[in-house]
Each structure stands twice: as C-alpha cells, then as structure tokens.
Design a protein around this ligand. Structure first.
Ligand code: GLV
Length: 320
C-alpha cells in the first residue's frame, strides 16, 4: 500500500475512484497549489501522483519519491516534468492529449477574434460610459476573413485551429519542425520557413509546446520581421516568447496587437507592462477550460493511474 497524491481539489466523483484503490492525499484547494515542502513530503510515500502544471517534477522531487510509479499530468504539455529523469527512475509519465484539442482550438480562435475586433477594449468602453455616439471608425479592427494566417506549431491543436480558420476562408501557412502532409492536403496549409511565416502573416498563432528548440523563438528579430499590422496570438507556452521583445514591439508599433493565454510568469505579475496595454489581451491559461473537457482531462489522469497501479500500460504515456 502507498498513497496517491492529488495536488488540486477535484470533484469527489474522481477522488472516489482513486480511493477505491488506495489512500488519497488530496490538496483540498482548487486555486492554490500544494506547497512544495508538503508535496515533497507526500511524495516520500506515494505510488502515484496526479499533478497540474503548477508542480515541477525535477531531480529533487524524483529523489523524494522512492516508490513512485506514475506521474499523471493534467495537461497536454509536460515542460514542468523532467521526463528523461523520471524514466530513468522507472516512473511512467502521462499527459492529456486529444481530449482537449478542440476546446483549446476554440479558445485560440476566440482570442484571435477578440484581439482582431477589439472586443475587450469595446466592452470596457461601454462599461466606462464612453459610448456617447456612433462613429465611422469607432473601435474598428481587423478581419480574419481571407486573412493570411501563420500557424507556428502544426500539432493536433494547430490543425484544429486551421480547420476552424477554413470557415473564415483564411490563407493558412504553417511552420513546424516537421511537415504535415495531412494539414497540407486537407486544410490547404502551406509549409513555409519561419522567416516567411513572420514576414507574410497578418495573424501569427503560436500553438507550439516549450522545448529547447522553441524557447525564445519569438525574439526581437522575429518581431522586427513581422508586419506592422500583424496580430500575434500565443496559446502554446509563454517561454516560447521573449516577453520583453514583445512589449518593445507593441510599444514601438512593430506589430498591431497581441493575445496571450500563456505567459512566462504564471500567474502574471501585476507589474507586467502588458497589463496596461490596450492592444494586449491577456487571459489566464484557460485554453482547455470548458467544463466537459476539464472533466475528461481529470478522468484520463485517473484512468492512467488506475492502469499503471494495476500493472498495465497507461492510455496516454509521454514517450522519452
Ligand atoms: C495546457 O497548457 C496544457 O498543456 O494542457
């Protein structure tokens, strides 16, 4: 017998399934992460842990977990985990792909439209009592219709975004470390170099995970190459963007606006200059946050834990 750690409060219906197999140590708070010292202590007796992106699984955590068999990450991304080291410790790592793809793509398109049509700014305008008359260019924005859209990162989420953009008759180009003939054939997406994507896109939508290759990919030079009218959207990971370079680009009018679901520092530091910019829309990492999808992600973590503790292969292992 060991212990199953769950680092955030999730509905009882999920906890009950885990309690049927072992003792559960639940951090009974939905909004605050489990303190690191408590987490490390709990790991000393754990056979399984259900974590969120708030937990870092590094050498210290792995050394604290002599009996751990599975780390179930409630996210598709797993840059919070040293996967190689976990595998060296014979620990299975799982994530939650597929179940969140469509929901995350919907957020990507919502954010793109919100920035393009200045929805947040317009809502504030009304709330602040500024709506005194109609005016020809009042809060005029950009069309997504037939725009040139560059998708950086053509994985499942990138493709799901591209599928939706077809409805806007957008001209889609993409850059990815490998080519995807399905996206090219089914979605008419054109594979281009990173430089071409930067120079030719009216909208750039980043859906890329954080890896050695993508870290700081959108740097000063990248923003300088973009169109002055470009809109930059990030639903991948914050550290793919050099935030200072982005702030500079917005301040200098090198690009038109941005929409971010992910930031380098999460939760955002309230002193972050992006918060004062009218042409930056920031949402708190809610890409996969629909009720149904969050239920599915939690259930997938629970299923993976059940399988691994019973000696089976998990449904969605992260391969090293
Ligand atoms: C969210 O960012 C995820 O990786 O699922």
């Amino acid at each position: 017998m060991g212990k199953i750690i769950v680092t955030r409060k999730v509905p009882d219906k999920f906890i009950e399934q885990l309690e049927a197999i072992d003792t559960v140590e639940l951090w009974d708070d939905a909004y605050t992460p489990m303190p690191r010292d408590k987490f490390l202590k709990a790991l000393s007796e754990a056979t399984a842990c259900f974590i969120t992106l708030s937990e870092q699984i590094d050498e210290e955590a792995l050394n604290a977990a002599p009996n751990l068999k599975i780390i179930a990450n409630m996210a598709v991304g797993f840059d919070n985990i040293d996967v190689q080291l976990a595998h060296d410790h014979n620990i299975v790592v799982t994530n939650t792909p597929d179940v969140l793809t469509e929901t995350t793509a919907e957020l990507g398109v919502s954010l793109t439209l919100s920035v393009a049509r200045r929805i947040v700014e317009a809502e504030r305008y009304v709330q602040e009592g500024k709506w005194q008359s109609w005016s020809p260019y009042l809060l005029a924005g950009k069309d997504l219709y037939r725009a040139k859209v560059g998708i950086f990162g053509m994985g499942d989420i990138g493709k799901a975004v591209a599928r939706r953009l077809k409805g806007f008759e957008a001209n889609i180009m993409y850059h990815n470390r490998s080519r995807h003939s399905d996206a090219e054939e089914e979605l008419g997406a054109l594979y281009v170099s990173f430089d071409t994507l930067l120079k030719n896109s009216d909208f750039i939508i980043c859906t890329a995970p954080l890896t050695e290759e993508t870290k700081d990919k959108f740097d000063k030079q990248a923003f300088e190459k973009m169109k002055k009218e470009a809109i930059f959207i990030n639903i991948g990971r914050g550290a793919v963007v050099d935030e200072e370079a982005l702030i500079h680009a917005l301040n200098e009018g090198q690009i038109w606006a941005c929409g971010l679901d992910v930031l380098r520092e999460e939760p955002i530091n309230m002193a972050n200059p992006l918060l004062k910019m009218k042409n930056a829309v920031i949402v708190p990492h809610i890409g996969s946050a629909s009720i149904v999808t969050r239920d599915r992600m939690i259930q997938l973590c629970v299923d993976n834990i059940k399988l691994v503790l019973a000696g089976h292969e998990p449904l969605t292992p992260v391969r090293g």
